[in-house]
Design a protein around this ligand. Structure first.
Ligand code: PRP
Ligand code: URA
Length: 206
């Protein structure tokens, strides 16, 4: 299940991310803002409960959020999406999965994992700007399912058709959200046209 969020504000900010002249500070800012704008859509079905409040004018039967949201940034680049979403969901818990792609095989290598308890009762959102081959995302999702997670959303900025297909095949129960769906992968597994190496651009490491 794929949803591409093509709101003008999201697409405009994604254009800034794609531009090769965009520097670290602006890349970081725009990535965080896109994540915040995407949050509006990805939280559309969060559970709510009935509640009573008293306004200055009298009693009101209304609704408020219930349950736990867990954000799982995939290190490194997923970290750039956390703040934009926690600004809107301040109670969200944050777990971390550290992964990098082996440059030869493109297979993900997991080097770190720290997850909150009670994933089974939470809405779990995996955050990673790039969905290329889909190897990292499928491994992260599997690790979360192995730890009990049942309701999982995958939130990426740019996806390649290959990565989308991989997640749809491996995890048909997971809703995928993208800000842009690109043409293809190149011979070294980078998304074309994409935006380059998200981790390096976010942290200024190249
Ligand atoms: C990037 C990106 C994803 C992964 C996507 O991370 O942030 O995690 O590649 O590729 P895939 O869909 O083919 O698995 P990278 O391996 O560059 O690690 P880094 O963020 O630590 O640089
Ligand atoms: N990881 C990135 O950072 N960029 C790509 O295009 C593919 C994987």
């Amino acid at each position: 299940m794929l949803k591409v969020l093509e709101h003008p504000l999201i697409t405009h900010k994604l254009t800034q991310l794609r531009r090769k002249e965009t520097e670290t500070k602006d890349f970081r800012y725009n990535l965080s803002e896109i994540a915040a704008l995407m949050a509006y859509e990805i939280t559309r079905d969060l559970p709510m409960k009935e509640t009573d409040v008293v306004t200055p004018m009298g009693k009101c039967r209304t609704r408020e959020l219930t349950g736990t949201v867990v954000l799982i940034p995939v290190l490194r680049a997923g970290l750039g999406m956390v703040e934009g979403i926690t600004n809107l969901i301040p109670d969200a818990k944050v777990g971390h999965i550290g992964m990098y792609r082996d440059h030869e095989t493109l297979k993900p290598i997991t080097y770190y994992s720290k997850l909150p308890d009670n994933l089974a009762d939470s809405v779990v959102m995996v955050l990673d700007p790039m969905l290329a081959t889909g190897g990292s995302a499928t491994a992260a999702i599997q690790a979360l399912k192995d730890s009990g997670a049942k309701k999982i959303k995958l939130v990426c900025i740019i996806g390649a058709p290959e990565g989308v297909r991989r997640i749809e095949e491996d995890h048909p129960d997971v809703q995928i959200y993208l800000a842009g769906l690109d043409e293809r992968l190149n011979e070294i597994g980078y998304i074309v046209p994409g935006l380059g190496d998200a981790g390096d651009r976010l942290f200024g490491t190249k």
